[in-house]
Write a new protein. Structure first.
Length: 479
């Protein structure tokens, strides 16, 4: 039997663009001392009333516009009732029947280059709960209400994702959008971009959806991929062994790479949603939406297309570069410094630059090489002053504080030898020093070409122009 996975994602995006809570004026900065950022509203003291902040609403409109969604011009806040120590009010203010944003979509690129449209069912505003701290006091649990009331946008996808790879592609697209729109920092480690994955399986071709489980607590792209794959495998095995998937919430444990049952449907809360009588409906005028629309930056999709059509960048490179607004800006500013070979610049951004940043766990903003230095390096590769190999050496020098590519090339004498006269002499010398090999190469053992090129590179410390060396070898050997 062939199986097919069905995945729907719920992402909680913290709206860090708002420096205060959704319904109070308390600060939302990350890492503050426990309970230092919780005011009377967040502590749920009797008699206080929530007042909606404008910024998070604006953030929701922005995302709605960016994913071509409907924006409900009269959405409603609802109380989601449950008891938990880190929720002093006894309910969370969320949106239920009338979310602010609904029926949008995000397009992802599949591994074979095809595009797939994933529906976004809804995106609603809600406040975050506090945190229970289990490891600070022996035998006791502390409550930190700093996070209580922090504005979140919960983005819910349709069950239209078919694999862990697609799920990650969708999440990366959403992540990029949040960063482009500057509505959240989407920092996964700090919990400002949290994903719950709903997973089910069904026999291939079947219309009806299978029973799903929901994996909570996944805080990196890698773990999303692993958790989903693990869950798909577990469900298929369970069904093939004659069992049934039960609808439940499971927790992903990255240390063991497995999911564990947290609570079943029977134990699920009945949230008793109802409209919050303390809050008026959120009314959004056409003018406000138009005004927000004028503030939207160029979005990743548009940028990718511009890179492909105007700069002739390979689609996969365009996608990789534009997935980060900061990286795309580095790339474009570099092109301002040298624009004759955008694909070469793209190669060095997605290649050496990203590799080095990853090795040192730095972000692009922390790159010791600035765009002017980078452009200078690309220029010298493009005009063949240095080979690609030597360029890596120059790149490292710049990374360590070198002033400019030209200065490094000059100081270290790294200029490529393209002078035919000088090279011809070297090639002749090498042939003379290895008469047997030269004979064999001449006789058709082409593999030896590499040997000769290597010899010449050794003699010149990699500075000989490889194309020229190849040409000269052939020329001299066929004489
Ligand atoms: P709840 O509010 O109980 O979490 P929803 O119906 O709002 O449930 O769905 C939440 C998420 O689960 C959505 O992203 C949806 O696409 C996904 N989902 C629903 N049914 C399935 C299913 N059978 N398999 C996989 N995902 C599903
Ligand atoms: Mg859910």
């Amino acid at each position: 039997m062939e199986w097919e996975a069905v995945i729907g994602l719920e992402v909680h995006v913290q709206l860090t663009c708002s420096q205060s809570k959704l319904f109070s004026g308390a600060a939302t900065a990350y890492g503050a001392e426990a309970n230092s950022q919780a005011c009377a509203v967040d502590l749920a003291l009797p008699g206080v009333l929530p007042v909606l902040n404008r910024k998070p609403v604006e953030a929701a409109i922005k995302l709605g516009l960016a994913i071509n969604a409907e924006i409900d011009q009269e959405s409603v806040f609802a109380r989601k009732n449950y008891f938990y120590p880190d929720l002093p009010k006894g309910y969370q203010i969320s949106q239920f029947e009338r979310p602010i944003v609904h029926d949008g979509h995000i397009d992802i690129t599949l591994t074979n280059g095809d595009h797939k449209r994933i529906g976004v069912t809804r995106a609603h505003l809600e406040e975050d709960a506090g945190k229970s701290v289990h490891d600070a006091y022996h035998g006791q649990t502390g409550i930190d209400l700093n996070r209580s009331g922090t504005p979140l946008l919960e983005v819910v996808s349709e069950p239209e994702i078919s694999s862990a790879t697609e799920a990650v592609a969708y999440l990366k697209k959403l992540h990029a959008l949040i960063r482009y729109l500057e509505i959240g920092d989407a920092n996964m480690q700090e919990g400002s971009f949290r994903c719950d994955a709903n997973v089910s399986v069904r026999p291939k071709g079947q219309q009806e959806l299978g029973t799903r489980t929901e994996c909570k607590n996944i805080n990196s792209f890698r773990f999303v991929e692993r958790a989903i794959n693990h869950e798909i495998g577990r469900q298929i095995e369970l069904i093939e062994d004659g069992g049934n998937v039960v609808q439940e919430t499971r927790l992903y444990d990255p240390d063991r790479d497995e999911t564990r049952s947290m609570r079943s449907k029977e134990e699920a809360f009945d949230y008793r949603y109802f409209p919050d009588p303390d809050l008026l409906p959120v009314v959004i005028s056409d003018e406000w939406i138009d005004e927000v629309a004028t503030t939207l930056p160029e979005l990743p999709e548009t940028r990718i297309n511009r890179f492909i059509t105007q700069l002739s960048i390979k689609p996969e490179d365009a996608e990789q570069i534009a997935s980060s607004r900061e990286l795309a800006e580095f790339f474009e500013t570099s092109l301002n410094g040298y624009d004759r070979n955008p694909q070469l610049t793209a190669n060095w951004v997605t290649g050496e630059l990203l590799a080095q940043l990853n090795r040192e766990e730095r972000t692009i903003e922390q790159s010791p090489i600035n765009t002017a230095q980078f452009a200078g390096l690309i220029a010298r590769i493009d005009d063949q002053t240095i080979s690609g190999k030597i360029a890596k050496q120059v790149f490292q020098e710049l990374w360590q504080g070198g002033e400019s590519a030209d200065a490094v090339i000059e100081a270290k004498g790294l200029k490529q030898i393209t002078d035919t006269g000088a090279l011809e002499k070297l090639v002749a010398e090498v042939i003379e020093a290895h008469p047997e090999q030269a004979e064999e190469l001449h006789g058709g053992k082409d593999k030896l070409m590499g040997f000769f090129v290597g010899q010449i590179m050794k003699k010149t410390q990699g500075k000989a122009n490889p194309g020229e060396v190849n040409r000269l070898l052939r020329q001299l050997l066929t004489k």
